[in-house]
Design a protein around this ligand. Structure first.
Ligand code: 13P
Ligand code: SF4
Length: 337
């Protein structure tokens, strides 16, 4: 080997400061084949959220929304769970599977919504409402789950809120937009934590109204993390999986989609003849990508599986406290799609 060329080190791969394994990858390698081989050799399962880049979705064993992914994680017999999503999702898989290795291609794939609810501030907030039970959206850290009575996702939130006795006051955290939508749908007055998702708050009502005027035939499909001003123009509001289902089951030929752009990949595969129009954002760059979700790449995924890192680790006391509200959610939403 040349002494003069500055070639990358190929062994002893370590997770770098940026939170992923960095190693030279031969550009001629078929990453899909390599990922498949490694999955078989290591008895690993690859779970991917709809907001992952198309290549990752195509490599996955299961693609789904947060509820589907939690169910898959709870039921898997694999030894390794490769989670192609963001940190709170991989953390949920670890909470459910302490004995398994759970890896995330980029440890810094976080979530602005989860970050908007710091554990100490949330503990102080709860202390102001001691008679309230806490329902938290799954998009929160393990430390918040550990302070929660019942976890929910956008697929089962309404169903879960409706099961709480009328006289039981509720704190809903951390997403204020989902919380407001639930209040409207269920008529329950809940105390809301003031958190939000940067991706779903970027849609412009004005641009959406203009787009609707140009495509009056296209139903608007929106995720409940969007602001009320956007939701009021929606024909269907629901989780990523319900948005996907709606586009297939509805006879319309075109749809305006107000959620992260990654969902369009499966929707287009399901409906090759239909037109999917992303709702316009207000950020000047016409981009509906979640910057956290998109930190994962196929190459990082390959390296993560190859080296079995970075792993998700957590304090056992927090894990045990966080497990209960997730298990309650799984029981309370059995049968929900
Ligand atoms: P769902 O896929 O459960 O609807 O969640 C959307 C989301 O924002 C995940 O981060
Ligand atoms: Fe978090 Fe929003 Fe990204 Fe989902 S889309 S991971 S809620 S920042």
């Amino acid at each position: 080997m040349s002494d003069t060329l500055d070639l990358p080190v190929l062994s002893d791969a370590a997770v770098n400061a940026a939170g992923f394994v960095q190693e030279y990858v031969d550009p001629t390698l078929d990453l899909f084949e390599e990922i498949d081989r490694l999955k078989r050799e290591k008895n690993a399962v690859l779970l991917a959220h709809y907001y992952q880049e198309p290549d990752i979705q195509d490599a996955a064993d299961y693609i789904g929304d947060s509820l589907g992914l939690s169910r898959e994680a709870a039921g898997t017999e694999a030894d390794i769970i490769v989670f192609a999503g963001v940190h709170f999702m991989a953390e949920t898989a670890k909470i459910l599977n302490p004995e398994k290795t759970v890896i995330l291609p980029d440890l810094h794939a976080g979530c602005s919504l989860a970050d908007s609810c710091p554990p100490d501030a949330f503990a102080a907030f709860r202390a102001q409402h001691p008679d309230h039970i806490v329902i938290s959206y799954i998009n929160c850290s393990a430390a918040i789950k550990a302070q929660t009575d019942i976890i929910c996702t956008s697929s089962n939130a309404e169903h879960i809120v409706r099961q709480i006795p009328e006289d039981q006051p509720i704190i809903f955290a951390p997403d204020r937009n989902l919380g407001r939508w639930l209040i409207k749908e269920t008529g329950r007055d809940m105390v809301l934590w003031d958190g939000s998702c940067i991706v779903h708050e970027v849609f412009s009502e004005q641009e959406l109204v203009r787009l609707k005027a140009r495509h009056p035939e296209a139903p608007v499909l929106a995720h409940p993390e969007c602001e009320e001003a956007v939701l009021r123009h929606a024909d269907h509001i629901g989780s990523t999986s319900s948005i996907r289902r709606f586009a297939t089951e509805n006879p319309a030929r075109s749809f305006i989609v107000a959620t992260e752009a990654g969902i369009l990949h499966q929707m287009q595969k399901d409906n090759p003849g239909k037109t999917l129009i992303p709702a316009p954002p207000d950020n000047g760059c016409a981009c509906n990508d979640c910057p956290h979700m998109k930190l994962n790449t196929l190459e990082k995924l390959y390296l993560c599986l190859k080296h079995e890192k970075p792993t998700i680790e957590m304090d056992e006391a927090i894990r045990l406290r966080a497990l209960q509200p997730i298990e309650r959610m799984l029981v309370m939403s059995a049968g929900i799609k």
